[in-house]
Write a protein that binds this ligand. Structure first.
Ligand code: IPT
Length: 971
C-alpha cells in the first residue's frame, strides 16, 4: 500500500487539459489505493471521524492557499459543521443553497471546465488515536462519499485528490499518524470534471456526505476479498470460494466449511433469494491475524433462453428506483433511515431496487442482503445534459474520459461484489451511447462474470444482457412481450425485458400500474419493472413545508419534478405506494362469491404459501357479519387452488353482501410482525339494490323560497339552500379539477397533455347560465347551460329535484353535451358547500385511501371514516387529490348522501380553484366552507408527467349522462 505521488497538472497526458487544475482534469484522481470491497466489521481497529468539523466556505476554488492544512493552523474562528453532511443544508443559509435541475447542467457545458464560481468547502478535523490503536501495521483513511471532488491532507502532507461522489476512496497513511493532534484537512469543490458524469435528476448537494473512517490494517492484510457463491437448483448444492489476495482460512461453521482461501467447496445449502434471504455467516482469517466476517448468500443469476433466472427460475421484479434522500440531510442518509426504507419496501410487497443512479451507501446493501431485495446496482454515471445538443461532446464517447469511467466501474464492483442481493450491475443512467460504456462493460464482465449487465440508454443492447426501457407505454410493452419489437437488432429480441423506470409517481398517481402488471404476468419475457421513484426529494422548509426546484432562487431549475416518489419527503406512504402494494401482491385472491369458492394463486417466485395464514370475513353493507380462518394449502410458487368458503352467514334482507379474504404473515418475520397484511381479495355475493328516488312530495312556492320535502330553495334562482337543518351553498355541476402533475404532462411530451388543453379550453372558468326554474306537481326542475367564455361548446345541465315526506330529497342531474368538445372532462359531478363545522366523514364505499379510475386497485369496499383533514393527500405541490371510489353513501356535516349509481366523494376546506392556485402545502388555508364533490365520473390519472397518459378506457370522454343523489339530514 504505497502512496503514489499526488497529481500535479503537468502529470496529465492530455495536452489540451494540461494546464488545468486537478478538479478540472478528467483523471479520476491520484494518490489513492486500489478499490476493494466494503466490510464494516473486520476486527481490525477502526476510528470514525464523523462528527463536528471546522468549516470554511469560499466562493471559488482558489480563494485560499493550502496553509489551512498545515498543523498549527488556527481554525478556532471557523464555525463547525456536521460530517457526514452537505454544507448547503447546514448553517441556515449561510453556506449557499441546494439547487435542482433534472437534465440541464447548472453551468455552461464546456467539458471538463467548470465555472470560476465554484463553492469550495475547507473541512478540518483534529483527532487523536485511541490508546489501544496498534503500534504496528498500516492504516487507511476511507471516504465513503464526497461530492464532487476532494483534495486531502493529513498532518500537512498531501495525500491526493479524487472524484466520483458516491463511490469510496481510500488513502494509505502509514508513517503519517501521531498518537494525538492529527490534522485531517479536506478541500471539497462543488464543481469538477466529475460533475459532468453526475448529471442525475436530483438536487446538487456538495459536501462530505458519507462517513470518513480511519482503518487499521494489520500486518499481511487481506487487502481485498471476493466471496464467490453459486447455487445449483438441480442438486441443492452451493459452492463457495473466497478469493483473498493475501490468502488465509475460510470458515462457515454452520456448513462445516473450513478451507484455505481460494479453494472452492460445494455443500448442501438453502439458497438465497429476495423472498428467502438465507445468509450463512462466515469468516476469513488472514495470515496477519485479522478476522473478517462475511455473509454468504448462495444464488446463481443467469440469462437462459431469453429469460433472467435466479436459481433456475424466472424472477419478476416488483421494483422501485431509490435515490438516497432525507428531507433535512439530503443524501447523508443514516442507517436507521435506510432500514426504514427497506422495511417499508418489504411491507409493501416490493422485491427489488434499482439504486438510481449511483451505488447507495454500502450499509443499504447489507440490509438488502439481510431482509431480501433484488438489487440492480447502478454506477455513479449520468451525462444526460449532453442530450440537449445531440449528445455532442458526450464524455462516454470520448476516450479521454474512459479512465474516469473505468475507475467508477471498478469502485462500484469492487465495493459491492460481496452482496448476495446485487444481481445485476448497471453501467449508469442516461448517458447515450459510446465506447466508454463498452469499455466499462468489458471490464465488469471480466471482473465479475457472475452477474448480468444492465444499461438502458443503448437501444442496440450491444453491451447488456437485458433489454431495458423506461416509460414505454402498455401497447409497446405488450409488443415487446410478444417479441415483436422489430425496431432494434434481432439479437435484442432474444433478451429478457425490464422497465427500469415506469409508473412516474409524481404527485397524484401513478395510474395504469395494474395494466402493466397484467402484461408482466402474461408474457414470460416481461420481467417486471421499477417504479420511478421511491421518495419525493422535497427539502423541509419553513416557508413552503417542503421546497422543490426554484424555491432557493435557482436561475435554472425543474420545479417539482424532483418530487415524484411513492413516499412523501417525510417517508409517509402516498396513495401510490398503497396502490403498488396491492398491484404487486404475491398472492392472487379471486373467485366466485355466490358459489362460495375462492381461488388462491401463489405468485411468489420461490416461496410457498406456508408463511401466510388466510382468513375470510363476510360483510353485509360493508359491516362484517362473521369471520373465520381459511385453510389454504401451502401452495408452491405458481400454483393455484380452489378453496371452499363456509356457508354464507345470515345477512339482513336486501343487504349488499360479499366476502373479503385476506392473507397475512403467519409468524413474525425480520421485516414485519405476524398478522401483517400481504394480500386480499373481495368476492361480491349479492349486489347492491338501487336507491329509490324520493318522490311524492309537492314543491311549495313561498315569497322568497320554494320548499320541497326537507329542502329549501331560493325561489328566484332555484338554488338549494338547506336540507332540513343543514345549510347548503353553491350546489352546481362541476367539471374542474386542479390539474395533477400527470394531467399537466412533461413539457417534452408529445401527444395529448390534458391539463394545458383543459385550461386552454377554459374548463377552469365555466359559467353557469340559468335558463329555467320550473315547478311541477312533484318536482322542481332547474335548467342551465354550463360553458366557458369564448367557447362554442358547453353542457346542458338539468337539475331535477324530488322529495318524499320522510325527509329524503333526490337530485337527478342530466347532462347533455352541446357543440364540438375536443377535450375530455376532468370530472363530472356536483359540488356543494357545507358549514365549516363539518369535520368528519363516514362512508360506505372504497377506502381507506384515495382512488381514481386507474389507481383504484387498493380501494377496499367497506365502512370507513376519516376527518376532513385526513381525507386530503398532501402532495408537495398541491393538486387534485383525495377522491374515494365506489361510494354508496356518505355522511358529512349532518347530511347523508346516497348515490345512484355509486359515486366518487371528495371533501376539502378550500375550493378547487384555491387548490389549483397553490404552489406549496403552506398555500392551502382553510376557508369558512367545506367543499364537497360528489362525482359521477373522474378522468384517469396516467403517468404522463414522464410516461404515457391514462389508457383510453380511463379517459373521461364527453357524453350524455344521468346520475342521482338522495340527500337527507342525519343526527
Ligand atoms: C428519467 C431519468 O432516468 C430519471 O433519472 C428521472 O429523471 C426520470 O426520468 C423522471 O423523473 S429520464 C426521462 C427523460 C425519461
Amino acid at each position: 500500500m504505497n502512496r503514489s505521488a499526488p497529481s500535479r497538472p503537468e502529470d496529465s497526458a492530455l495536452p489540451y487539459y494540461e494546464a488545468l487544475p486537478y478538479y478540472e482534469q478528467v483523471s479520476p484522481g491520484t494518490g489513492g489505493v486500489a478499490p476493494r470491497s466494503w466490510y464494516a466489521a473486520s476486527d481490525a481497529a477502526s476510528l470514525s471521524l464523523d462528527g463536528r468539523w471546522r468549516f470554511r466556505l469560499s466562493a471559488t476554488a482558489d480563494a485560499h492557499d493550502d496553509s489551512f492544512a498545515l498543523p498549527g493552523y488556527d481554525a478556532s474562528g471557523w464555525p463547525e459543521l456536521t460530517v457526514p453532511g452537505h454544507w448547503v443544508l447546514q448553517g441556515e443559509g449561510a453556506y449557499g443553497a441546494p439547487a435542482y435541475t433534472n437534465t440541464g447542467y447548472p453551468f455552461p457545458v464546456d467539458p471538463p471546465r467548470v465555472p470560476t464560481e465554484n463553492p469550495t468547502g475547507d473541512h478540518l478535523r483534529v483527532f487523536g488515536l485511541p490508546d489501544d490503536w496498534p503500534a504496528s501495521g498500516a492504516s487507511v483513511l476511507r471516504f465513503e462519499g464526497v461530492e464532487s471532488c476532494a483534495r486531502v491532507w493529513l498532518n500537512g502532507e498531501e495525500l491526493g485528490e479524487f472524484k466520483g461522489s458516491r463511490l469510496p476512496h481510500e488513502f494509505a497513511v502509514e508513517g503519517l499518524l501521531r498518537p494525538a493532534g492529527n490534522v485531517l484537512a479536506v478541500r471539497v469543490h462543488q464543481w469538477s470534471s466529475g460533475s459532468y458524469l453526475e448529471d442525475q435528476d436530483q438536487w446538487w448537494l456538495p459536501g462530505v456526505f458519507r462517513a470518513v473512517t480511519l482503518r487499521h490494517r494489520p500486518d499481511g492484510p487481506a487487502y481485498d476479498f471476493f466471496v464467490h457463491t453459486a447455487y445449483d437448483h438441480r442438486t441443492g448444492l452451493g459452492t463457495l470460494r473466497v478469493e483473498a489476495g493475501a490468502g488465509g482460512r475460510v470458515t462457515v461453521p454452520e456448513l462445516g466449511v473450513d478451507v484455505p482461501a481460494g479453494e472452492a467447496v460445494t455443500v448442501p445449502v438453502e439458497p438465497w433469494t429476495a423472498e428467502t434471504p438465507r445468509l450463512y455467516a462466515g469468516e476469513l482469517a488472514t495470515p496477519g491475524g485479522e478476522t473478517v466476517p462475511f455473509r454468504a448468500g448462495f444464488r446463481t443469476v443467469a440469462v437462459e433462453d431469453g429469460v433472467l433466472k435466479v436459481n433456475g427460475r424466472r424472477i419478476l421484479f416488483r421494483g422501485v428506483n431509490r435515490h438516497e434522500f432525507h428531507p433535512e440531510r439530503g443524501r447523508a442518509v443514516d442507517e436507521a433511515t435506510m432500514r426504514h426504507d427497506v422495511l417499508l419496501m418489504k411491507r409493501h410487497n416490493i422485491n427489488a431496487v434499482r439504486t438510481s443512479h449511483y451505488p447507495p451507501h454500502p450499509a443499504f446493501l447489507d440490509l438488502c442482503d439481510e431482509l431480501g431485495l433484488w438489487v440492480i446496482d447502478e454506477c455513479d454515471l449520468e451525462t444526460h445534459g449532453f442530450t440537449h445538443d445531440g449528445w455532442r461532446g458526450n464524455p462516454v464517447d470520448d476516450e479521454r474520459w474512459t479512465p474516469a469511467l473505468l475507475d467508477r466501474a471498478a469502485r462500484m464492483v469492487e465495493r459491492d461484489k460481496n452482496h448476495a442481493s446485487v444481481v445485476m450491475w448497471s453501467l449508469g443512467n442516461e448517458c447515450g451511447t459510446g465506447a466508454g460504456l463498452s469499455a466499462m462493460a468489458r471490464w465488469i464482465r471480466d471482473r465479475d462474470p457472475s452477474r448480468p449487465l444492465h444499461y438502458e440508454g443503448d437501444p442496440s443492447c450491444a453491451d447488456t444482457d437485458v433489454y431495458s426501457r423506461m416509460y414505454a407505454d402498455h401497447a409497446e410493452v405488450e409488443r415487446i412481450g410478444r417479441h415483436e419489437d422489430d425496431d432494434g437488432p434481432a439479437t435484442r429480441r432474444q433478451l429478457p425485458f425490464i422497465l427500469c423506470e415506469y409508473g412516474h409517481a409524481m404527485g397524484n398517481g401513478p395510474g395504469g400500474l395494474s395494466e402493466y402488471q397484467r402484461l408482466f404476468e402474461t408474457y414470460e419475457r416481461l420481467q417486471g419493472g421499477f417504479v420511478w421513484e421511491w421518495i419525493d426529494h422535497g427539502i423541509r422548509d419553513a416557508r413552503y413545508g417542503y421546497a422543490y426546484g426554484g424555491d432557493f432562487g435557482e436561475e435554472l431549475h425543474d420545479g417539482n419534478f424532483v418530487c415524484d416518489g411513492l413516499l412523501f419527503p417525510d417517508r409517509t406512504p402516498s396513495p401510490g405506494l398503497a396502490e403498488y402494494k396491492k398491484v404487486v401482491e404475491p398472492v392472487l385472491i379471486e373467485g366466485d362469491g355466490p358459489a362460495g369458492t375462492v381461488r388462491v394463486t401463489n405468485r411468489h417466485d420461490f416461496a410457498d404459501l406456508g408463511h401466510l395464514s388466510f382468513s375470510w370475513s363476510f360483510e353485509a353493507d360493508g359491516e362484517p357479519v362473521e369471520s373465520g380462518r381459511l385453510a389454504v394449502p401451502p401452495l408452491a410458487p405458481g400454483r393455484s387452488a380452489d378453496v371452499k368458503l363456509p356457508a354464507p352467514p345470515d345477512a339482513p334482507r336486501g343487504a349488499e353482501t360479499g366476502w373479503t379474504v385476506r392473507a397475512v404473515l403467519a409468524e413474525d418475520t425480520a421485516w414485519a410482525d405476524r398478522g401483517h397484511l400481504v394480500a386480499w381479495g373481495q368476492l361480491p355475493v349479492s349486489g347492491r339494490q338501487s336507491v329509490v328516488s324520493a318522490s311524492g312530495a309537492a314543491p311549495v312556492r313561498g315569497a322568497d323560497v320554494i320548499t320541497l320535502g326537507p329542502a329549501v330553495f331560493d325561489a328566484r334562482t332555484g338554488d338549494l339552500r338547506a336540507v332540513g337543518p343543514v345549510p347548503v351553498a353553491g350546489l352546481r355541476l362541476d367539471i374542474w379539477r386542479a390539474p395533477t402533475d400527470n394531467d399537466n404532462g412533461a413539457d417534452w411530451q408529445a401527444g395529448r397533455r390534458f391539463g394545458p388543453q383543459w385550461r386552454a379550453a377554459g374548463l377552469h372558468r365555466m359559467r353557469h347560465r340559468r335558463d329555467q326554474v320550473a315547478l311541477e306537481s312533484d318536482a322542481l326542475t332547474v335548467r342551465t347551460r354550463v360553458a366557458p367564455a369564448a367557447g362554442q361548446f358547453g353542457l346542458g345541465a338539468e337539475y331535477r329535484w324530488t322529495a318524499d315526506d320522510a325527509g329524503r330529497l333526490t337530485l337527478t342531474v342530466s347532462v347533455t353535451p352541446e357543440g364540438d368538445w375536443r377535450v375530455p372532462l376532468p370530472r363530472l359531478g356536483v359540488r356543494l358547500g357545507l358549514p365549516s363545522g363539518a369535520t368528519h366523514a363516514r362512508w360506505f364505499g372504497g377506502g381507506p385511501g384515495e382512488a381514481y379510475p386507474d389507481t383504484r386497485a387498493a380501494s377496499l369496499l367497506g365502512r370507513w371514516e376519516a376527518s376532513v383533514d385526513n381525507l386530503q393527500t398532501p402532495y408537495v405541490r398541491p393538486q387534485e387529490n383525495g377522491a374515494r371510489a365506489d361510494v354508496r353513501r356518505v355522511e358529512i356535516g349532518g347530511l347523508r348522501v346516497d348515490g345512484e349509481p355509486e359515486f366518487w366523494f371528495t371533501a376539502r376546506r378550500w375550493t378547487t380553484e384555491r387548490l389549483d392556485a397553490a404552489g406549496h402545502r403552506t398555500d392551502l388555508v382553510a376557508g369558512d366552507t367545506l367543499w364537497v364533490n360528489l362525482d359521477h365520473a373522474l378522468h384517469g390519472i396516467g403517468s404522463q408527467s414522464c410516461g404515457p397518459g391514462p389508457l383510453p378506457r380511463h379517459v373521461l370522454d364527453v357524453a350524455p349522462a344521468t346520475f342521482a343523489f338522495t340527500f337527507s339530514a342525519v343526527e
